[in-house]
Design a binder for this molecule. Structure first.
Ligand code: FAD
Ligand code: DHB
Length: 389
């Protein structure tokens, strides 16, 4: 088999890159380890920056997002009973969109099926080779047989645990990491959201987030120790803890119900440099992880895709290598700024077990300052809605 770009990973990065390239007449093949049902059952990101919204429209998959997504003009940060509204539209002129990653992925699979793009699910033992040759190769096991694809380029879109990053020799990679000593316990429930905007809550008992997927589907999170197990949290215990962390006026109107999904996600900051090794390019979670507090993971995957898409169109169009040569450096600049923001939001809103009373007062003072300074709110809003590509 032969293609122009072999794409490892059928998550949002791989699918979006493939869809954009196909629309420019560039051929791709996608290799995905899991079944499609499994990929589409994962509940993950919920917030799209407007740059990602526009990129999805450009990819021809904006129709359902524009009909069913909910544009948000702001969000609330709270500290116990203090509530600070961040007016995105007033401060920056931009909004964000509430539209789940699960829906984005479903829309992209439907579009790729319509394009007739070959997508192999259930692949195993992916080996990427000849990255320093004009033609590279990707071999894999599918339905019991070994197959090989010859290609010009390989896009490593296979997430944090994928093979692509590890194909770059360890001594050629530089990794940066911070693991946080807590996770987020999240639940999805068929209840109306407690507020029409997201609430990011700091409290004496730790962080909580009130989010949503639609007017009838809510997504809530609470910070928990890493030793906790989702199955040990009853729905009742979750709702009680959430109410203790949200402002009391908000908790009083919280509508509770049965959870339809409950899981714990660990928090990590991670970057692996460079993003290019010969004909291999790393994209999205394969190269970097942010703690979810700034809603940046999926959005960073989209900006990586934007840079690589334009670079590959230039390469296959005019033959110029300038874009692909610049990809790693350009993408990393934006990645590091989103890393900084995600880390800062995490420090602003979470309680650390071993912290002293000084750290807690620093969080309180930062939130009080945000409530009194438009400049501070504008700085936060500018990062939250997404820095330019
Ligand atoms: P992935 O989604 O991880 O996709 C990689 C794909 O590659 C997977 O389908 C995997 O099965 C496949 N794969 C792995 N190994 C192989 C292999 N060897 N061969 C073939 N295929 C392979 N981001 C935001 O922007 N906003 C949010 O609000 C937000 N909230 C989040 C909440 C939670 C609870 C979590 C866990 C994440 C959240 N994120 C958020 C992050 C976001 O979900 C990720 O950044 C995003 O999924 C990255 O997309 P990706 O395609 O790069 O990687
Ligand atoms: C959601 C997740 C986030 O990490 C975030 O910052 C905002 C919203 C969500 O799942 O809805």
């Amino acid at each position: 088999m032969k293609t122009q770009v072999a794409i490892i990973g059928g998550g949002p990065s791989g699918l979006l890159l493939s869809q954009l390239l196909n629309r420019q007449g560039i051929e791709t093949v996608i290799l995905e380890r899991s079944s499609r049902d499994h990929v589409l059952s994962r509940i993950r990101a919920g917030i799209l920056e407007w740059g990602a919204v526009e990129l999805l429209r450009e990819a021809g998959v904006g129709q359902r997002m524009d009909a069913e997504g909910i544009a948000h003009d702001g969000c609330v940060l709270s500290d116990n009973d203090l509530q600070v509204r961040i007016d995105f539209t007033g401060l920056t002129g931009r909004k964000v969109m509430v539209y789940g990653q699960t829906e984005v992925t479903a829309d992209l699979y439907a579009a790729q099926d319509a394009m007739g793009t070959p997508v192999f699910h259930g692949v195993e033992d992916v080996v990427i080779g000849d990255l320093d040759q004009e033609q590279s190769s990707v071999s894999f096991t599918h339905e019991g047989g070994r197959k090989t694809i010859a290609c010009s380029y390989v896009a490593g879109c296979d997430g944090f645990h994928g093979v692509s990053r590890r194909t770059i020799p360890a001594e050629k990679r530089r990794e940066f990491e911070r693991v946080y000593p807590f996770g987020w316990l999240g639940i999805l429930s068929r209840t109306p959201p407690v507020h029409d905007e997201l609430i990011y809550a700091n409290s004496d008992r730790g962080f909580a987030l009130a989010s949503m997927r639609s007017k009838t589907l809510s997504r809530y999170y609470v910070q928990v120790p890493l030793s906790d197990k989702a199955e040990d949290w009853s729905d009742a215990a979750f709702w009680d803890e959430l109410k203790r962390r949200l402002p009391s006026e908000v908790s009083a109107r919280l509508v509770t119900g049965d959870s339809i999904e409950k899981s714990i996600a660990p928090l990590r900051s991670f970057v692996s440099e460079p993003l290019r090794w010969g004909n291999l390019f790393l994209v999205g979670d394969a190269a970097h992880i942010v703690p979810p507090t700034g809603a940046k993971g999926l959005n960073l995957a989209a900006s990586d895709v934007w840079y690589l898409f334009h670079a590959l169109v230039e390469r296959f169009g005019s033959g110029s290598s300038a874009g692909i040569d610049a990809y790693s450096g350009r993408a990393l600049q934006r990645i590091w700024k989103a890393m900084r923001f995600s880390w800062q939001m995490t420090m602003l809103l979470h309680r650390f077990d071993d912290e002293d009373s000084f750290a807690a007062e620093m969080r309180k003072a930062s939130l009080l300052h945000l409530s009194q300074s438009e400049t501070a709110r504008r700085e936060l809003a500018e990062n939250y809605i997404g820095l330019p590509y």
